[in-house]
Design a protein around this ligand. Sequence first.
Ligand SMILES: [Zn+2]
Length: 201
Amino acid sequence: MYPSSLEELIESFKYLPGIGEKTAERMAFAIMDMDEEKIDQFSDSLKKVKETIHRCPKCNSLTDKEECIICSDKSRDNKTLCVVEDPKSVFLFEKLALFKGKYHVLNGLISPLDGVNPDDIDLDKLIDRVKNEEFKEIILAFKPSIEGETTSLYISRMLKDYDVVVSKIAHGVPLGADIDYVDSLTLELALENRKKIVSNN
Ligand SMILES: [Zn+2]
């Protein structure tokens, strides 16, 4: 029913998470009300984000530099490593300014039911970093879920012969909640109340 280019724009918005038909339509109409300059800026930023953003070779987070600003920041605590599921979690922790150590992004959690096995996430690089860097504590910060628990258990077994303390953030949030939507106080308490699950030193 819409002219084809408008229909195409609506379909494009529907690629985004949580955007259904109605919202996509509203967004497409908002675009048509924008002036030329804003539209250029909008479409350029879409292209640019894909061209310039890549994974940090060290921690797997997203960056437009050779190495991300967290890895290259010498003032950060290089004795504590926070292991997270995806880059979104890094930005969330940073936004809340709760943590001053380094990060490692796994790119997923172990989930045999979904066909995600330990080999499918970046555990090799994690082990390399534990071997080669000076971490004293590894904090596992996953969402409270079966996958999060499975991954925590796997990593704690994997690291049990290394000279590091492995801890896990406490969960004051309901099982199944998405870590992105946890309020900052809950996350702060969870980080403060983390539990040691392997303690070799
Ligand atoms: Zn990095």
